[in-house]
Design a protein around this ligand. Structure first.
Ligand SMILES: [Zn+2]
Length: 423
């Protein structure tokens, strides 16, 4: 995809989120904002950011395209660090079953839930997955997302897991949104291994993990550590082997029950521990000590009508919190960044500043990409979001509504809402 050169100038707020690593605790409040800001971009890379007067004189003599951001806030492109966006089929009926009282785990145990998406994904031709994936990425892009993490875990057998990862690799090449791939074979136990969870763990460890690592199809490995799914010991086996294969590790931890998932993620040096709805005080201390990023997914708690994660305690304990959508066809069919930001300030007691750090630099750190994206700093990819409003403070405030007017990916305008409507 092409890379652009441009001068972005006169932004009321240039919200740089400056930094090359995760912001922990009180650091999350510092957005390093430049008033009347400008950025100079060459061949898709940020050359310099600062006040418009200074940057414009540095750009004098170039013939770069100039974008006037007067009256707008400019932020780094958002990073959605936890999604399951590539899947076959939908589960619209399940949404209503849950609302009438059935639990997520009960539905899974009778062969619904993830297992119904597994059947649909196994039966989906690659072309169909590609088309659905592209549509979903387009939607994410319109919310300002320029880097997304995508998990496998809807094949469970070797070939379908590979198919999912290959489709994401192909989408990454053809779509402006960058995709980071995670192998989640340990998402649930497939029907052919019913009652033989340890044998399925052996299959993951012996057959699939070495393959996805050797072929470079996955960069991370993740496990759904949950009662009646994968125990702490089984999760430990999968993640330990993943580390040996050279993969980064992540965990769905303490989502529905507190099994000590946060503690295990900390012990194994996971890059992130995700969900954490039921994490104990000792789990929070362990994550803080290990420097593991906590990825919180408020839209999932909202969709499951669960209590929200304790973001305030986590940040006050010095943890780097990231926020993501968890977009998936079951527990949270939602890729809405506006809903993430609104729920976070309203129900998790986060400040607007912390929310911005959580969807930019900290989410980038949760994908080992804080050196290339997540902030407006020289040398990073020129991925920006231009809001229709003069301040980032409008995002949670304009509740549930998309404030993103334009998205720039590596110096090229790839989304422009002003051009999307015609009458
Ligand atoms: Zn998930």
């Amino acid at each position: 995809l092409k890379k652009g050169s441009l001068l972005l100038r006169n932004a009321d707020e240039l919200v740089t989120c400056s930094g090359y690593s995760a912001k922990r605790g009180t650091e999350m409040s510092d957005l390093a904002i430049i008033r009347d800001g400008a950025v100079l971009v060459e061949d898709g890379i940020i050359r310099a950011g600062g006040e418009t007067e200074e940057i414009a004189s540095a750009a004098a003599g170039t013939s770069f395209e100039s974008i006037d951001a007067h009256g707008k806030a400019v932020l780094p492109g958002f990073v959605d660090a936890h999604t399951h966006f590539l899947f076959g089929g939908y589960r619209e009926e399940e949404f209503y079953w849950r609302l009438s009282g059935e639990s997520y785990l009960d539905i899974l145990q009778r062969g619904g839930g993830i297992l119904s998406t597994v059947r649909a994904t196994r039966n989906s031709p690659k072309q169909k997955l590609l088309e659905a994936g592209k549509r979903r990425l387009d939607s994410m892009l319109s919310f300002g997302v320029t880097t997304v993490e995508g998990k496998s875990g809807y094949g469970l057998d070797r070939d379908t897991e590979i198919k999912q990862l290959e489709v994401m690799k192909e989408l990454d090449r053809g779509h402006p949104v960058d995709i980071v791939r995670t192998y989640l074979g340990a998402h649930t136990v497939p029907e052919e291994y019913k009652g033989r969870t340890d044998a399925y763990v052996d299959f993951i460890i012996e057959e699939v993990l070495p393959l996805v690592s050797k072929t470079g199809l996955a960069e991370f490995c993740d496990v759904f550590c949950e009662r009646a799914v994968f125990s702490i010991e089984q999760s430990r086996r999968v993640l330990t082997r993943a580390k040996e294969c050279g993969l980064g590790i992540k965990m769905h931890a303490d989502e529905i029950h507190d099994l000590g998932g946060a503690e295990l993620a900390a012990e194994l040096g996971a890059v992130s521990a995700d969900h954490l709805l039921h994490t104990s005080d000792s789990g929070i201390r362990a994550l803080a000590q290990a420097g593991t990023v906590a990825i919180l997914l408020p839209c999932t708690a909202f969709s499951l009508k669960e209590k929200f994660a304790r973001a305030r305690s986590m940040i006050d304990s010095g943890i780097a919190v990231a926020l993501s959508t968890d977009m998936n066809p079951g527990s949270c069919f939602c890729e809405s960044i506006p809903l993430v930001t609104a729920l976070s300030v309203m129900y998790m007691d986060m400040t607007a500043e912390e929310v911005v750090s959580a969807i930019t630099i900290n989410a980038a750190a949760a994908l080992n990409r804080a050196d290339t994206v997540g902030s407006i700093d020289a040398g990073k990819k020129a991925d920006f979001v231009i809001l229709e409003h003069p301040s980032y403070k409008y995002m949670p405030y304009h509740t549930g509504v998309n404030s993103v007017e334009r998205v720039i990916k590596e110096g090229v305008v790839v989304y422009d809402r002003l051009k999307a409507i015609s009458y």
